[in-house]
Design a protein around this ligand. Structure first.
Ligand SMILES: [Zn+2]
Ligand SMILES: [Zn+2]
Length: 131
């Protein structure tokens, strides 16, 4: 199974946190803000895994703004989700290029789920929920 090594597009800090595992691998630790509420969120680094942990429950349909835990900058990109129009978050792949995820919880282009990375050296890669 493919594992994602992602980091901050601003400060290059790795988001992988070996001290806390999801799916038996280091989680992706980020800061989030949902409806003005701030907390931590952890995503799985495993391609195709929908597992996540968040400091508080995220209501379906909410926008989950993601921030680097090191430099604190927003991961929001200029790109919008073509399914729901929400902003997308951009993360840097250690292998080169970026991944982008929709920041709306429950969207088909789910913020917390990864889809096919077709050639992982493309500068931009769309992530979609596999249904
Ligand atoms: Zn950063
Ligand atoms: Zn969306």
């Amino acid at each position: 199974m493919l594992r994602l090594h992602v980091g901050c597009p601003h400060c290059d800090t790795s988001f992988n946190d070996p001290s806390h595992l999801i799916d038996d691998f280091p989680s992706i630790l980020l800061k989030m803000e949902v409806d003005g509420r701030k907390g931590f969120i952890r995503l799985s680094t495993l391609y195709g895994s929908y597992n996540l942990e968040s400091e508080f429950p995220i209501p379906q349909g909410s926008l989950v703004n993601l921030y680097c835990r090191s430099c604190g900058k927003s991961l929001e990109s200029t790109r919008k989700c073509d399914l729901c129009g929400a902003p997308m978050a951009k993360m840097k792949l250690a292998s080169g290029g970026y991944i982008q995820v929709c920041m709306r919880k429950g969207c088909k282009k789910h913020v917390l789920e990864f889809e096919d990375i077709d050639g992982d050296l493309q500068p931009f890669v769309d992530i979609q929920l596999m249904d």
